[in-house]
Design a protein around this ligand. Structure first.
Ligand code: GCV
Length: 739
């Protein structure tokens, strides 16, 4: 394993055991240098270890910590059993500085791991596990044969591994293990990362370097980093990975590439991570030699059945297909006059004999449809409720446009009771400042998951829609568009690791609090010292609202630069399609600003349940945070603060910049309490964020002022440059652009 054990001991082993005669001083010097390098490596904090650093408990905190136990009693017959034991060993060695012994029976204080089948010591807990499902686990401190033990018990090996990670989290965050009684099972069945990785190694909307998958050297070379990727996912309970971009290349389904996917599946399997693939709907034409991809054509149906058989022969636990069809130029069933349900069912029928699922995306809109883009997915899919096979999940983005800093929840949530809906969140920050802006997405995810759709009366939260409990679906799913690349930090920045982490934790339990998750992450990633945890968590919790303020306050949306989406572009107009411009969304002119989605406008509000729709439609009741999403208002509209809308808008832009300055000040105060390497990196990125927040604020204010001709509100500083300057800025090499 690459980083978790420092590489330096190997260097020492490479030295000759005895010094060549007459060369004693050089030998001692070499040993001293190797030891120095070793000490340096052990301290290196480059972010690779993520939240699994396992540093000695008292190295990060002055809080009392009681070492719970020493030895491990665990089965080792299966690969998952072995990785569970190894992870616990690694954690205990790092946290407690001990080398746990492997024992066959508790003979002193010990950790007892296993399932009722794999361990006679766990068998007595069998009844306690009944309600926990195949991935759940029990953590309990108890006594066995008079000996104090901590039991990690589950019905299946994977539950034991998840339990070990939970136990290590408790130890890393300083929780006592004396009266441990934890029962956990996931609320959502398919907890999946979506990689938008192309076969040439480019990551669409990726800000953390190139793809982690080295398709060129697979399947023969399996980079050890693939194991650490699987470990990190397992530590959160993420149990699936869609390897390739939804803008899919049909070649990923060719035999050569399936063998590469098979190699990754083999690496991931012990960690409970199943492989999925994005399927290009036209693959039968492109790699199958057929003349059509019509879902009702028998040859096409046979081709997909054969393809599924081939995949499962290589990857017996293959998860299934993710499909983007008839969206943004991708092929799909509508090319043949068929519906999305007919398209999805074609693939579902091929996968069904093997237990696979189809995740069919609802991110569908067409430029030739004059309807408000925010309404199109609902219009397309709501009438198909009940038309999908039982192994189809409809994957819906959190909001109706596209991963904006703030959107209302998607109106499809709650509107298709006969279809399991998967949530699609974006972890990579396409619209939130890429990897350089510190924006913790936990509050965004929490806001959406806890939103009440009122679909079956009050309490019909989005979380209940996607975990299947609202409408009684056993099949359920949640997907996160990954922010992972080959950057040493994995995610392009230290704080973006928190977004992978928060996604995973909420995928397991969508009712957790974003603040609690942040507190765990900070304690594991930086320090358990409350003097660090409290200010960093406060900073993280405020960071999303800061970004909303300096980018898209008061419900503005889709006002970024064209194509790469880097920086402001409220002036973006023209081009191939209206709904790829900013002016389409903000509708600002001399008199006012905002998109009227009430019944006087596009009537998008009517796609929500009546209670919700009435609130959104009423300018007095709609949350101010969504005001301009749903309403077009005059610049002098009076806000709750008493300010006119124009003044409030400028106030919020400025407030966003000030919030970033406050984040900088917080971080500066932590110098010396956080390791210097990561402190420097974060501080540099905060400087970039401060600069870009100001850029967003000034460019946006200059643009809107050019339309309304209003003076700057009292006390507000005018933009640093004229509008023409901001419009002239070009970034041809901004990362992550679609291509
Ligand atoms: C993968 C947005 C992004 C595209 C992305 C698309 C999608 O439009 O800008 O890069 O394509 O969403 O989710 O399919």
């Amino acid at each position: 394993m690459e980083q978790f054990a420092p590489a330096c001991p190997l260097d020492i082993l490479m030295l000759p055991l005895t010094f060549p005669s007459g060369d004693r001083r050089r030998w001692l010097l070499a040993v001293a240098l190797a030891l120095l390098a070793c000490a340096g490596a052990a301290r290196a904090e480059d972010g690779y270890a993520l939240w699994m650093r396992y540093v000695p408990a008292d190295a990060t905190s002055s809080g009392g910590y009681r070492a719970p136990a020493g030895d491990i009693v665990a089965p080792e017959r299966t690969a998952t059993q072995r990785v569970a034991r190894e992870e616990l060993q690694r954690g205990l060695s790092g946290l407690l500085g001990i080398t746990p012994r492997q024992r066959s029976a508790p003979g002193g204080r010990a950790f007892v791991l296993g399932t009722p089948q794999s361990s006679p010591w766990v068998a007595p807990f069998s009844r306690d596990l009944d309600a926990l499902g195949d991935e759940g686990y029990l953590l309990r401190s108890t006594r066995i044969g008079g000996h104090e033990v901590v039991v990690v018990a589950a019905r299946e090996d994977i539950g034991v591994l998840y339990g070990v990670f939970h136990l290590l989290r408790l130890m890393q965050t300083g929780a006592g293990l004396d009266r441990l009684e934890v029962r956990e099972s996931p609320a959502i069945a398919r907890r999946v990362l979506n990689h938008w990785d192309n076969l040439d190694g480019y990551v669409e909307r990726g800000y953390a370097g190139g793809s982690l998958w080295d398709w060129h050297t697979l399947p023969d070379w399996q980079d050890p980093r693939y194991i650490d990727y699987a470990r990190a996912n397992a530590s959160l309970g993420i149990n699936g990975s869609v390897l390739n971009n939804v803008n899919a290349n049909a070649l990923s389904l060719s035999t050569d590439y399936l063998r590469k996917a098979e190699a990754l599946a083999d690496v991931f399997r012990p960690y409970g991570v199943r492989v999925y693939l994005s399927a290009r709907f036209s693959a039968p034409l492109e790699i199958g030699g057929l003349r059509t991809a019509d879902p009702l054509d028998p040859d096409v149906q046979r081709w997909w059945r054969d393809k599924a058989d081939e995949i499962y022969a290589l990857i017996p636990d293959f998860g299934g297909f993710l499909v983007k069809a008839n969206s943004e130029g991708q092929p799909g069933p509508q090319d043949y006059g068929r519906s999305h349900a007919e398209g999805a069912n074609l693939l579902a029928d091929a996968l069904a004999p093997h237990g696979g699922v189809v995740m069919w995306r609802a991110f569908v809109y067409a430029h030739d449809v004059p309807e408000d883009r925010a309404k199109q997915a609902y219009s397309e899919f709501v009438g198909l409720d009940g038309a999908f096979r039982g192994n189809v999940l409809l994957q819906v983005k959190n909001g109706p446009i596209d991963f904006q800093p703030r959107e209302p929840f998607h109106p499809l949530f709650g509107a298709m009771p006969r279809t399991p809906l998967t949530m699609e969140f974006q972890i990579t920050k396409e619209y939130l400042g890429f990897a350089t802006h510190l924006v913790y997405l936990g509050p965004l995810y929490e806001e959406v998951l806890s939103a009440d759709t009122h679909a079956r009366g009050s309490g019909s939260t989005v979380a209940r829609v996607i975990d299947g409990s609202l409408d009684g679906h056993a099949l359920s799913g949640i997907a996160g568009v990954a922010n992972i690349g080959d950057d040493r930090t994995w995610n392009g920045s230290h704080f973006d690791q928190a977004n992978w982490y928060a996604f995973g934790r909420l995928a397991w339990n969508p009712r957790q609090s974003a603040r609690d998750i942040a507190a765990d992450w900070v304690a594991m990633t930086f320090s358990r010292d409350p003097g660090v945890v409290t200010p960093v968590v406060d900073m993280m919790m405020a960071s999303r609202e800061a970004a909303v303020d300096y980018m898209t306050p008061l419900g503005l949306h889709h006002v970024m630069a064209r194509g790469h989406h880097y920086g402001p572009g409220p002036w973006v107009d023209g081009g191939p399609r209206a709904d790829w411009t900013s002016v389409y969304y903000h509708r600002a002119d001399r008199d006012g600003i905002g998109f009227d989605r009430t019944s006087r406008g596009s009537d998008a509000v009517s796609q929500y349940a009546p209670d919700v729709a009435e609130g959104f439609a009423d300018v007095e009741r709609v949350p101010e945070s969504l005001l301009l999403w749903f309403h077009h208002l005059p610049w002098e509209h009076r806000m709750a603060s008493g300010r006119p809308l124009w003044d409030e808008l400028v106030h919020r832009y400025t407030r966003g910049v000030r919030s970033v300055e406050a984040m900088q000040a917080t971080w500066d105060r932590l110098q010396g309490r956080v390791d210097a390497e990561r402190h420097r990196h974060v501080a540099a990125f905060l400087r970039i964020q401060r600069h870009e927040a100001q850029w967003w604020r000034d460019a946006s204010v200059a643009y809107f002022q050019s339309l309304n001709g209003r003076a700057m509100p009292a006390g507000e500083t005018p933009p640093a440059h004229p509008l023409a300057y901001y419009v002239s800025l070009q970034f041809p090499f901004a990362p992550g652009d679609g291509r």
